[in-house]
Design a protein around this ligand. Structure first.
Ligand code: GLU
Length: 441
C-alpha cells in the first residue's frame, strides 16, 4: 500500500516553526516510502481564513523544497461534508443540542465541584420530536454532536506513543457543527482523510484527544482509521512554547539569513534520537526518517543551533546554488575562497568588498610599515597565479619573520581584517595592482 500523508494547515496565519516541522515530517515520511504528500487547506472557517495566508503557505513549502503532489481545499468540499452529515444522522451518530455556552459552562462547573470529570451529560439525547419542533418554532437552531459509541473502547497503536487506549464514557460527545451551520475541524478532516486515501496522520500531540474521537468517526464513516503518530511539541530554549517560537516564520528566518537546507536539516531530526547532520540533503534525511526514533520528551528548538547548522550548510553550498544571491561579478573562485568564513550568504558582500576594495587598514608602526614596503616590492616581481606562498616565502627569507609576525601585518594591510579566508585562496582574487597599492599605503 502506498503511503499518503497530508499537511493540513488552517490559513488563519503564517506557518511557524512548529507547523513547518509537521509539514516536513509528513513530507519525509511520504518520501521515505515513495508515497505521496498532499497539501490540504483547512479553510472551513471563512471568517478567519485568508487567501494571502494560503499563498504564503504555498510559498513557504516551495522555499523549503516540499512540493505537494496535490492540493485540496475544504471550502470546495462542503457538499461532500453535507452528504456524510446526512448519512451519519440517518445512522443515529449525530444529534441536535441547544445548550448555550453559559449553560454548558455551568454544567461543567457543577460536575467539577462534585469532583467529577466535566463530561457532557447527553441531556439533548432525550429531547422528543415535539421538543425539537418547539425549538424550531422559537427560532432556535441546533448545534450537532457526534455520538460516541460507549460500548467500544478506543484504541490505536500510535507510531510514536505506542498503544493508546481511551474510554469513550470518559469523553464528551464532540460538537461537530455549530448552530450557524459551520463545521468544527474534526469531522471534515476525517471525511477528507478517507476520501483522499490518507494512510498516515502525523501531527502534534495536542491532537491526541481529537484522534480518540476521530477513530470512532472513521468507523462511523465505514472506513478504517489511518495510522496515527503524535509528536511531542516543540519548545523554545526556555522550556516552553515561547511566544517567539509560536510566531517565528519562514520570512523571519529568511531575513536572518537562514537557508532552507539548514532549516530542513535541523527540523528533520528535532525530537528524534538521530543527530543533526548539516551534510545530509533532503533525500538522505527521508531515507533515514523513522518514527521509531522519536522520543516522548518535548523537542527543543534552539535558534543558536539553527545558526550553527546554517553556517555549516553555507560552507557546503555549491556556486551554482548561490550565484544569483552573490554580489554582481563574484565568481566561483571567490565563492569557494570565502564560503568557509560565512555565517550566512549575505556576508559574501562584505568579503567581496574586501576583494574589490577600497579597504581601510589599521595604522601600522614604523617597523611594520618598512616590512610592508618590502612586501610591496616583492609583490611587484610576482606572477599573480599563486602569489601568497611566493610572497610569504620570499619575505620570510629576507626578513627572518615567521608565523604571526609574518602573516598578520600582511593580512591586515591586504584585507583590513585580523581574520578571514585563507590568504592563499583570497590573495589571487585581489588584483595585483590593488594588492601592491594596499601594501604601499
Ligand atoms: N487544520 C488542523 C490544524 O491545523 C489539522 C490538524 C490535522 O489533522 O493534522 O490543527
Amino acid at each position: 500500500m502506498t503511503v499518503v500523508t497530508r499537511f493540513a494547515p488552517s490559513p488563519t496565519g503564517k506557518l511557524h516553526v512548529g507547523n513547518i516541522r509537521t509539514a516536513l515530517h509528513n513530507w519525509l515520511l511520504a518520501q521515505k516510502h515513495g508515497g505521496r504528500f498532499l497539501l490540504r487547506i483547512d479553510d472551513t472557517d471563512a471568517q478567519r481564513s485568508r487567501e494571502e495566508h494560503v499563498e504564503a503557505i504555498r510559498a513557504d513549502l516551495a522555499w523549503l523544497g516540499l512540493h505537494p503532489e496535490g492540493e485540496e481545499r475544504q471550502s470546495a468540499r462542503f457538499a461532500i461534508y453535507e452528504e456524510a452529515f446526512e448519512r451519519l444522522i440517518a445512522d443515529g451518530r449525530l444529534y441536535r443540542c441547544y445548550e448555550t455556552a453559559q449553560e454548558l459552562d455551568l454544567k461543567r462547573k457543577i460536575l467539577l465541584g462534585r469532583g467529577l470529570p466535566p463530561i457532557y451529560d447527553r441531556a439533548a439525547l432525550s429531547l422528543t420530536a415535539a421538543d425539537h419542533e418547539a425549538r424550531a418554532a422559537a427560532g432556535d437552531r441546533p448545534h450537532w454532536r457526534f455520538k460516541l459509541d460507549h460500548e467500544t473502547p478506543i484504541t490505536w497503536d500510535d507510531g510514536i506513543r505506542g498503544p493508546q487506549q481511551f474510554d469513550p464514557r470518559q469523553m464528551s460527545d464532540p460538537v461537530v457543527r455549530r448552530a450557524d451551520g459551520s463545521w468544527l475541524y474534526m469531522l471534515p478532516s476525517a471525511i477528507d482523510d478517507v476520501a483522499m486515501g490518507i494512510t498516515d496522520v502525523l501531527r502534534g500531540e495536542d491532537h491526541v484527544s481529537n484522534t480518540a474521537t476521530q477513530v470512532q468517526m472513521f468507523e462511523a464513516l465505514g472506513a478504517s482509521p489511518p495510522r496515527f503518530a503524535h509528536e511531542a511539541l516543540l519548545t523554545g530554549t526556555e522550556g516552553k512554547l515561547s511566544k517567539r517560537l509560536g510566531s517565528l516564520g519562514v520570512a523571519d528566518l529568511r531575513e536572518a539569513g537562514i537557508e532552507p537546507e539548514a532549516l530542513v536539516a535541523l527540523l528533520a531530526r528535532l525530537g528524534t534520537s538521530d543527530p543533526v547532520d548539516p551534510a545530509l540533503g533532503a533525500a538522505q534525511l527521508a531515507a533515514s526518517f523513522d518514527l521509531a526514533h522519536f522520543g516522548r520528551a518535548p523537542a527543543r528548538f534552539d535558534e543558536a543551533e539553527l545558526a550553527r547548522v546554517n553556517a555549516a550548510v553555507v560552507h557546503r553550498l555549491p556556486y551554482a546554488r548561490v550565484a544569483h544571491l552573490l554580489p554582481h561579478g563574484m565568481g566561483e573562485a571567490a565563492w569557494e575562497a570565502i564560503r568557509p568564513n560565512l555565517a550566512h550568504i549575505g556576508e559574501a558582500a562584505d568579503w567581496w568588498q574586501v576583494i574589490r576594495g577600497p579597504v581601510t587598514p589599521p595604522a601600522f608602526d614604523a617597523e611594520t610599515r618598512a616590512f610592508l614596503d618590502a612586501a610591496a616590492q616583492v609583490a611587484e616581481t610576482l606572477d599573480w597565479s599563486d602569489p601568497w606562498p611566493a610572497l610569504t616565502g620570499a619575505l620570510k627569507e629576507a626578513t627572518g619573520r615567521k608565523g604571526k609576525a609574518l602573516f598578520l601585518p600582511l593580512r591586515q594591510a591586504l584585507t583590513a581584517m585580523d581574520h578571514g579566508p585563507d590568504m592563499k585562496a583570497l590573495l589571487p582574487l585581489i588584483a595585483r595592482e590593488e594588492a601592491i597599492a594596499r601594501l604601499k599605503a
